[in-house]
Every structure is written in structure tokens, then in C-alpha cells.
Design a binder for this molecule. Structure first.
Ligand code: ADP
Ligand code: PEP
Ligand code: K
Ligand code: MG
Length: 596
């Protein structure tokens, strides 16, 4: 017996939330008889293939006629034949885009245990191949990050193209995040070496001189011309926030002689900070622009390549984000909503302007690597907690980044402390976790990703089992009355979903806004977000609990629902009797219903 309770708000007609109609109605699948392409395993295709000029899609798709009662005909068995092998092809307007991993996860574990925390992988030399990228996608990568500190633009373009191809051919929605270099002080390349060991008591030269061929022994290039002027004898020079430590002992023109006091491995282009009397010296950094001239060229490159996220390093104020946003809007003539700007919280200045910066941005990253070089290490966990909480209140996605599994760059198993650190980030309900060196140049990128995945799943399960609905205040984020209505609908829908223990929330969202408002509530069930645009689908992939689908839909909510039920049932992603709540930003309503 399928019943649906529809609660309509009549906001478009009268202001405020008034429940003008309560109706019990039966969704009518009989209205939805239409053709749509579904994907099949190779074996089932031979029975019925469709004419298609694309050799790939014709090899993998078939036209299926959905009859009035929702059963399928002409295509062979659907349920058991859908495996990870098939390739979804989405040229038809009545198809639905979902990736094979989501599909397999939903089938294997059911709605409740799909992963809610999203995973970001930095792509580097060990993961830039197509097969390696695919392995990461299969392992749960939601966002691929390219770091403009490293590699050439051609290399980055190649990675972007491969991720695109993966999405197109395999139905993934892996988003691309480009991370700017920023203009803080850092070392140069180590003359081609992948690392150099600095031993206790050794004397190294840090120099702003340009060396034409090979670097002299124990010499490090510094990218910032004022370096030798700015440091003083007696200063502490920290590489990568203290991974290696030197004391300045002598200045000779452009050369600064330093004594190694804490030995360690120097990595190419590592960040440099200097400290005097226990304080970070940052006058000069404060004068450097957040976005350097090289960063602007990289940003142009990112816009041209159509990346989904730009992560801006060493953001100090909201102004730079606002400026960048208007630049992008002008550059892309109105298509500005296609790129989200993430502020990296990694400098002392960003902490002083935290709320303004997050408000101006589309999301934030707790970039613990550099942050730990700018504030005492013991403060980093508290800053993380604060940023994660603030982002959720302001409805901005937040990523926790750096050193989550640092030991796995070299070893196949994580330390217990690393597992505890990941658990804490998941427990804080951050939207996403990020791998850096672990996936860019480590020996076990897939294993590291599996650790993130498994720890996320375990902690999320614990949350649900313990029914730990945190009493977090979610303040209003919008300014207009229609914003308030949407927020109330989402807050109520999420609460109803928890109380009624529904299987999933369905949201139809054009811009993604309503999906993010639901995600902010962190409900117990997953949120199926249906959107019409591929780029919105990709961007939603960074947000907690959202399973993004792309399909075209009409203004008729009931039609949309029936279409979705048919499509998802045909793929065995939902079944008759499942309880769902549906909301939409086109029609301000909350519907509770059993899948017919
Ligand atoms: N595109 C790339 N090419 C080569 N190496 C890379 C690339 N991206 C990242 N790496 C390697 O992975 C390490 C960790 O990446 P990440 O944390 O993003 O950079 P960083 O250490 O500069 O902050 C880098 O130090 C570098 O050795
Ligand atoms: C993510 C960070 O930035 P990057 O890797 O670009 O230094 C960080 O500092 O933690
Ligand atoms: K960077
Ligand atoms: Mg950084």
C-alpha cells in the first residue's frame, strides 16, 4: 500500500509558511510511460542493441520500454545484470546519471550505510595515469585536487582531461579542484632531486641567487628576493612548519648561512617561515599579495579548463575572495556560478578574519600543513573544530586537510593516532577529508583512500546507532523571506526524516542550494540530490551526505517523482515500500511517501 502525505506551503501565493493543503494522494505511476536508455552488461546487450553512432554507447546501452506498471520490457533482466562493468550513457534527456560505485554501494549496503563524508585526493606522479585515476574513483574519490605548486600546466591539463574522460565514460561525477600556489616564501626545486637530507650540525646556505646549472652542495634556493634582507642572525628558520629546523648564523650578501638544529628531509618547494623571539615574523608575508601574478595565470588556466573548485592559498581577508569572484564573473560572462571558491585557512591572518572570509567564500579548507607552521601546533585541533563548526553554521562545505595519513606515504598501514585523527574529523561532521602526499607521491594511494573510507563509514555508523543528534544551532543563512522558507523546509524535512527513520531524502535542486541546506542538517539518511546540470552534480559531490544524480525534470513534481521511482527501481536502487521524503526548490513542499 503506497500512501503519500503532501504538505504544501503556499509561499508563492501568500507570504510566510502556511500549510494550505494537506492531502493524502496516491502517486500515479500510470502517468509515466516513456522510453529511456538504460545501461546493461556486455552480455545482455547482444540481445538488443540500439542504433547509436557512438561505438562505446552502442556497445553498452539499450532502449527499454517502460510499461505502465513500471516493469521493463525488451531489455532483458535488469536487476541481476547491472554490474560495475557497464557504462552509463546519458545523451538522452530521460536518462539518469549515477556512477557505478554509488550504485554498487547502494545495492550492497542499502541506503543507510552509504558513505556521507566526501573524499578529496591530490593527484601527483603516482596517480596521474588513467587507470590509477579510475582506481581512486572506484575507491571513493569524490574530488581530484591538483596543486599548482607542482607540475606544469600541460601536466595539469592532462590530469583534468583524464578525469573528464573517466566521468564521461564511466558515469562518475569526480569534481576537479585547483589549488593555487600562493605567494608565501618557499624553497626552490632541489636541482631535480626528489629530496635532500639535512643532518644535525650541518651548515646550509639559503640563497636568492639564480644558479644557472647545478646547485652547489648544501645550497637551497629561496623564491623571495627580500629574504636575505629580512632575516636576522639568531632567527629560527622552519621548513614545512618545523619538519626541519635551522638557526641563522651569518648573512653574506644574498646568501644566508644556517645551522641545522633539527635534522630531517627537505622536499622540493617546501614552505619556509622564520621565527624571532618565539614569534612568527610575518611583516613581509603580509605585504605579498595573496594571489601572485603566477596564481592569476593559473586561475585563468583553471577557468579555461572549467575546473569546479578553486582553492585559494593563504587567504588573509574576505576582500581577495570578493575580488576574485568579480574577476571570474567578468571573465566567464555570467557563468560564474560554475566555479566555487574555497578559502584555505592556513595563515595567522585568516584566523583574525575567519567569519568574513568564510561568508565571502563558497567553502573552506582547514589546511593544517601551513597552519601548523604559523600557529603553535597544539592550537591546530581547536582551530579545526572552530572552522568546521563555523562552516556548517554558515552553510559552506569544509575540508579537513594535510597529514591525515602521512605515515602511509611510506607504510601500508596507518598509525593508530592517524586513525584517531580521521575519526575526529568525521565526528566533527566535516564535509570532506583530503589526501595530499599520500595520494600524490606515496607508495599506497589506494590503501590510504580505503582507510579514509572505512574510518568514515565506521564513525558515521556509530553516530546513527547512538542517535547522537548534536544540538547544534543552525542560524538562518539567507536574507530574504523565500530563503527563510527554503531553510525551514529543509530543517523540518531533515527532522522528519530522522523521526520517521525514512530511507532517503530526495531533493530536486537547480542550483544545488537546497541540497546544501539539507546536507547542513546532517540527517541520518542519505540525500539523493537530482539536478539538471552536470557541473552542479559535480560540485555537490563535495558535500556531506549528498548522492548527486543528473537528469532532466519538468515543473510537475509528481511526474518527476514517478520518473525517478521508475528509473531507480529499474536499476534496483530503491524498491517498493521504501519510505522517502521529497522536497524541491521548484515547489515548496515536503512529501512523505512509500515508493509505489
Ligand atoms: N603535480 C605534482 N607533481 C609532482 N609532485 C607532486 C605534485 N603534486 C603533489 N606532489 C607531491 O606531493 C607532495 C604533497 O602534496 P601537497 O601537500 O599538495 O603539496 P605541498 O607539500 O607542496 O604542500 C608534494 O610535496 C610533492 O612532493
Ligand atoms: C593543504 C595545504 O596547502 P598546500 O598543500 O598547498 O601547502 C596545507 O598547507 O595544509
Ligand atoms: K597550494
Ligand atoms: Mg598550504
Amino acid at each position: 500500500m503506497t500512501q503519500s502525505l503532501q504538505i504544501f506551503t503556499s509561499a508563492t501565493r501568500s507570504p510566510g509558511i502556511s500549510l494550505s493543503k494537506h492531502s493524502l494522494s496516491k502517486p500515479s505511476p500510470s502517468t509515466a510511460a516513456f522510453r529511456f536508455p538504460l545501461s546493461f552488461t556486455k552480455s545482455s546487450i547482444r540481445a538488443s542493441s540500439s542504433p547509436d553512432s557512438n561505438p562505446l554507447s552502442s556497445a553498452f546501452t539499450s532502449q527499454v520500454l517502460v510499461s505502465e506498471n513500471g516493469s521493463t520490457g525488451g531489455g532483458g533482466a535488469l536487476s541481476s545484470s547491472v554490474t560495475r562493468e557497464f557504462v552509463p550513457v546519458m545523451s538522452d534527456s530521460t536518462a539518469i546519471e549515477v556512477d557505478t560505485v554509488t550504485e554498487a554501494e547502494l545495492k550492497e549496503n542499502g541506503f543507510r550505510s552509504t558513505r556521507r563524508t566526501k573524499l578529496v585526493c591530490t593527484i601527483g606522479p603516482v596517480t596521474c595515469g588513467f587507470e590509477q585515476l579510475e582506481a581512486l574513483a572506484v575507491g571513493g574519490m569524490n574530488v581530484a585536487r591538483i596543486n599548482m605548486c607542482h607540475g606544469t600546466r600541460d601536466w595539469h591539463r592532462m590530469v583534468i582531461e583524464r578525469v573528464r574522460r573517466l566521468n564521461e565514460e564511466k558515469g562518475y561525477a569526480v569534481a576537479i579542484m585547483m589549488d593555487t600556489e600562493g605567494s608565501e616564501i618557499h624553497m626552490g626545486d632541489l636541482g631535480g632531486a626528489s629530496s635532500a637530507k639535512a643532518e644535525d650540525g650541518e651548515i646550509w646556505t639559503f640563497s636568492v641567487r639564480a644558479f644557472d646549472s647545478t646547485l652547489p652542495e648544501r645550497t637551497i634556493n629561496v623564491n623571495y628576493e627580500g629574504f636575505a634582507e629580512d632575516v636576522r642572525v639568531g632567527d629560527d628558520l622552519l621548513v614545512d612548519g618545523g619538519m626541519v629546523r635551522f638557526e641563522v648564523i651569518e648573512k653574506i650578501g644574498p646568501d644566508v648561512k644556517c645551522l641545522c638544529t633539527d635534522p630531517g628531509l627537505l622536499l622540493p618547494r617546501a614552505n619556509l617561515t622564520f621565527w624571532r623571539d618565539g614569534h612568527l615574523v610575518r611583516e613581509r608575508n603580509a605585504m605579498l599579495p595573496t594571489i601572485s601574478s603566477k596564481d592569476w595565470l593559473d586561475i585563468d588556466f583553471g577557468i579555461a579548463e572549467g575546473v569546479d573548485f578553486l582553492a585559494i592559498s593563504f587567504v588573509k581577508s574576505a576582500e581577495v575572495i570578493k575580488h576574485l569572484k568579480s574577476y571570474i564573473a567578468a571573465r566567464s560572462r555570467g557563468r560564474c556560478s560554475d566555479i566555487s571558491i574555497l578559502a584555505k585557512i592556513e595563515s595567522l591572518d585568516s584566523l583574525n578574519n575567519l567569519e568574513e572570509i568564510i561568508l565571502a567564500s563558497d567553502g573552506a579548507m582547514v589546511a593544517r600543513g601551513d597552519l601548523g607552521a604559523q600557529i603553535p601546533l597544539e592550537q591546530v585541533p581547536l582551530v579545526q573544530q572552530k572552522v568546521v563548526q563555523l562552516c556548517r553554521q554558515l552553510n559552506k562545505p569544509v575540508i579537513v586537510a594535510s597529514q591525515l595519513l602521512e605515515s602511509m606515504i611510506e607504510y601500508p598501514t596507518p598509525t593508530r593516532a592517524e586513525v584517531a585523527d580521521i575519526s575526529e574529523a568525521v565526528r566533527q561532521r566535516s564535509d570532506a577529508l583530503m589526501l595530499s602526499g599520500e595520494s600524490a607521491m606515496g607508495q599506497y594511494p589506494d590503501k590510504a583512500l580505503a582507510v579514509l573510507r572505512n574510518v568514515s563509514l565506521r564513525i558515521e555508523k556509530w553516530w546513527r546507532e547512538e542517535k547522537r543528534h548534536e544540538p547544534m544551532e543552525l542560524p538562518e543563512v539567507g536574507s530574504s523571506s523565500s530563503d527563510s522558507i527554503l531553510e525551514e523546509i529543509c530543517n523540518s524535512a531533515a527532522k522528519m526524516a530522522n523521526n520517521l527513520e525514512v530511507d532517503a531524502i530526495f531533493v530536486y535542486t537547480k542550483t544545488g542550494h537546497m541540497a546544501s541546506l539539507l546536507s547542513r542538517c546532517r540527517p541520518d539518511c542519505p540525500i539523493f540530490a537530482f539536478t539538471e546540470t552536470t557541473s552542479v552534480r559535480r560540485r555537490l559531490n563535495l558535500q556531506w551526505g549528498l548522492i548527486p544524480f543528473r537528469m532532466s525534470f519538468s515543473d510537475d513534481m509528481e511526474n518527476n517523482l514517478n520518473k525517478i521511482f521508475l528509473l531507480l527501481k529499474a536499476r534496483n536502487l530503491i524498491k517498493s515500500g521504501d519510505l522517502v521524503i521529497a522536497v524541491s526548490d521548484m515547489l515548496q513542499s515536503i512529501q512523505v511517501m512509500n515508493v509505489p
